[in-house]
Design a binder for this molecule. Structure first.
Ligand SMILES: C[S@@+](CC[C@H](N)C(=O)[O-])C[C@H]1O[C@@H](n2cnc3c(N)ncnc32)[C@H](O)[C@@H]1O
Length: 367
């Protein structure tokens, strides 16, 4: 990065973030240094416990039913980290939704060999059920991600001024320039500040044949959007992205409107948008609709006991995920759909949604 800046002048923050997180050897994620959870750098929904994955199984199961219980149903996860979410989903589906389990295949899109290795180890018991394609392939089913979009490199642009990364001696520093005046981004360049996230949406949309995209992350509709980055290591916020490079996480809030607009430009429909509290509460209500009399073996009943907090541990996990002052309001959920019959009822996760798709104020080009 220093050599590039010396040779070509200041570079966009997106270039710096790309190197700091994804440099093949030294990147925070690609090196395998990132640890999530109590003994790591930060918590995610997945690291709270297996209840999160278990609840999502009920949502995936409903999607499978909407797609006519196809036996060619694929769950694609991107940003899988150590494979814990996949494990939670597969274990729960196997014991509580066996027919669904038989019909599904699980794919993980993982660019980093060290992480793929961790995932393969963790998911050994599920042998042929899980595959690791090199890139997204055409699929019917659901594309799922938790905190993937916030890890995509961004440019720091505000009011026509861009914060670039330059050097003061050997130290990285921010330098401000009118937008679009770096050597690598010539004047007049109009690529978006979150170009990488938008391109990811293009790729997903190009490969989704029929089904849904569910993205969970923290962010804002544009009114309250903050164009800033958060840097975290060992559960502490750092002041500068130039501290502990390659050992700290760098993220930015997701700009949901631009993601939804890009999806619509790719002929996806917004199927729902809400906060995590309302999303998970809607899914929990789905468990009430399963008729326990249809299943004689209590263990085979779709999930109710462990998910609804029968054990103190599961109760605590559920509280952390749902509580408005914990993760319940910090995270939002966007669902997109393609080539599915327009149901009058929303997916269970959006049954109690506070924001209707129209809150994104998007017109619907596909209707
Ligand atoms: C914040 S972590 C989230 C991990 C996990 N989903 C969780 O909730 O615990 C973001 C993950 O996205 C991964 N990632 C970044 N770009 C990616 C891409 N293009 N394809 C797949 N994974 C990617 C990173 O390697 C990292 O593991």
């Amino acid at each position: 990065m220093r050599e590039t800046i010396r040779a070509k002048g200041p570079q966009s923050f997106a270039c710096f973030m790309q190197q700091a997180l994804y440099h093949p050897e030294h990147g925070y994620y690609s090196s395998g240094r990132c640890v999530i959870g109590r003994n790591g750098d930060y918590f995610t929904n997945v690291s709270v416990g297996s209840v999160f994955g278990q609840l999502l199984v009920a949502q995936f199961h409903e999607i499978w039913e909407r797609l006519g219980r196809t036996n060619d149903f694929v769950i694609i996860e991107q940003g899988s980290h150590d494979g814990q979410f996949a494990l939670d989903v597969l274990e729960f589906a196997q014991t509580r939704f066996p027919e669904f389990f038989d019909a599904l295949r699980y794919q993980i899109i993982e660019p980093f060999p060290k992480l793929e290795q961790q995932q393969r180890q963790k998911l050994e018991a599920f042998g042929g059920k899980v595959t690791w394609p090199d890139s997204l392939q055409p699929f019917t089913g659901v594309h799922f991600s938790n905190e993937l979009l916030d890890a995509m490199p961004v440019r720091l642009i505000r009011d026509g001024t861009e914060k670039l990364v330059g050097l003061d001696d050997d130290n990285f520093v921010f330098v401000e320039r009118p937008q679009g005046t770096t050597a690598s981004q010539p004047s007049g360049d109009n690529s978006a500040f979150n170009q990488a996230a938008l391109e990811l949406i293009d790729q997903i949309a190009a490969n989704l044949q029929r089904g849904y995209v569910i993205a969970i992350d923290y962010g804002f509709l544009d009114e309250q959007f903050e164009r800033d980055v958060q840097i975290r290591a060992r559960h502490r916020n750092l002041d500068s992205p130039f501290d502990q490079i390659g050992c700290a996480d760098i993220t930015t809030s997701v700009h949901w409107r631009s993601i939804a607009e890009r999806a619509q430009a790719n002929r996806l429909r917004v199927a729902g948008f809400t906060d995590q509290h309302h999303f998970l509460t809607g899914i929990i209500s789905r468990f009430e609709s399963y008729d326990p009399r249809s299943v004689t073996d209590a263990k085979q009943r779709p999930g109710v006991p462990s998910v609804l907090g029968n054990s103190p541990k599961a109760k605590r996990e559920l509280q952390t995920l749902l509580h408005p002052e914990m993760l319940g309001r910090a995270f939002q959920v966007l669902a997109l759909e393609k080539n599915v019959d327009r149901e009058t009822k929303p997916l269970s996760g959006f049954k109690f949604a506070t924001e209707s798709p129209s809150a994104l104020r998007l017109t619907d080009p596909v209707s």
